[in-house]
Design a binder for this molecule. Structure first.
Ligand SMILES: C[S@@+](CC[C@H](N)C(=O)[O-])C[C@H]1O[C@@H](n2cnc3c(N)ncnc32)[C@H](O)[C@@H]1O
Length: 296
């Protein structure tokens, strides 16, 4: 059997680097290290003495990133942490830039045992931080009908939330729902055939909804948006790559509020998106939106 090397292709690399204005001697935070792609480029551009503080809560990704960044030695400090603890880590130090590349890395999606993808068969896990306890299976099998509907509606932006929630409750009475394929089949059967899109799998939004809830993704983003700008030096920049409209809306609204309050200046009136060439080369970049703002 072949050995599959899990590798994540960094999204909008040139655009992110241009906004961060990496230069020697500067200090940057990559709050979502993933495979370490953006981080290694930041380190390359800030040589010989720039510093990178990296955060990652996923053990698998952390291992990949740590190995990749080893050649940069003392210039890298890596923390196995949720990025909401960045203010505590930095204490009173301020930095020149913060990067958040939200969403999943290929390291997570492609490993079936993590349960993120409905393409293969895996347990309904979906935890990014393996030190936490709550899995997608816990939600699917134990939430009330109302709670399920709320999550599917709120985080899946789902028109079919009620039907899917009903189908889940009905199915779990027979047997607990434990695998990605079983959930996928339930969702497919719950959505009328004529509404199945050929472009996007009908289960996409349901999986997104449970993943967002398992990992408290929007709450974490809200917290780092609230505190992140205070950790920047004057002129320091925050760059955020988001992958669905719930995240992007939160970034857009917070940046606007901070600009109104005279704290940040928005550098991207409209979000930047990947070029056609990048989308072709890396289909996972398709839904990316990049927004950046500078501390005033
Ligand atoms: C899209 S990947 C980043 C890829 C990276 N920029 C690269 O070039 O390889 C996003 C990563 O952020 C991590 N992540 C998401 N939310 C996090 C959080 N609250 N704290 C720490 N890491 C987080 C995920 O585990 C995932 O590995």
């Amino acid at each position: 059997m072949g050995f599959k090397i899990l590798k994540h292709i960094p999204v909008m690399m040139e655009e992110v680097m241009n906004f961060l204005r990496c230069e020697p001697g500067r200090t940057y935070v990559d709050a979502t290290l993933g495979g370490g792609g953006h981080a290694s480029e930041i380190l390359r551009r800030t040589a010989p003495d720039g510093v990178l503080i990296g955060m990652e809560w996923d053990e698998d990704a952390l291992l990949v990133a740590s190995n990749r960044l080893k050649p940069f030695g003392e210039r890298v400090k890596i923390f196995h942490e949720n990025f909401i603890s960045l203010p505590i880590l930095l204490k009173n130090e301020s930095v020149d830039g913060i990067l958040l590349d939200l969403g999943l890395s290929s390291i997570q999606i492609e490993k079936e045992a993590r349960g993120f993808s409905f393409k293969g068969e895996g347990p309904l896990d979906m935890r990014m931080d393996q030190r936490t306890n709550l899995t997608a299976a816990d939600l699917v099998n134990h939430l009330s009908l109302k709670e399920l509907e709320f999550i599917l509606f709120q985080f899946g932006e789902g028109r079919w939330a009620r039907r899917i929630a009903n189908a889940i409750v009905h199915e779990r009475e027979r047997d607990p729902i434990e695998t990605t394929q079983r959930l996928k089949k339930i969702v497919h059967a719950a959505i009328p055939r004529r509404f199945h899109s050929r472009r996007i799998d009908p289960a996409t939004q349901t999986f997104q909804a449970f993943r967002i809830r398992v990992n408290d993704e929007l709450e974490n983003l809200r917290k780092i948006l609230e505190t992140g700008w205070t950790l920047l030096k004057k002129g320091g920049r925050m760059c955020i790559l988001s992958f669905h409209s719930l995240e992007d809306r939160l970034v857009k609204e917070t940046f606007r509020k901070l600009e109104k309050e005279g704290k940040m200046h928005i550098l991207t009136k409209k979000p930047l998106t990947p070029s056609e060439e990048e989308r072709r080369r890396n289909p996972r970049s398709r839904s990316a939106k990049l927004r950046c703002a500078e501390r005033v």
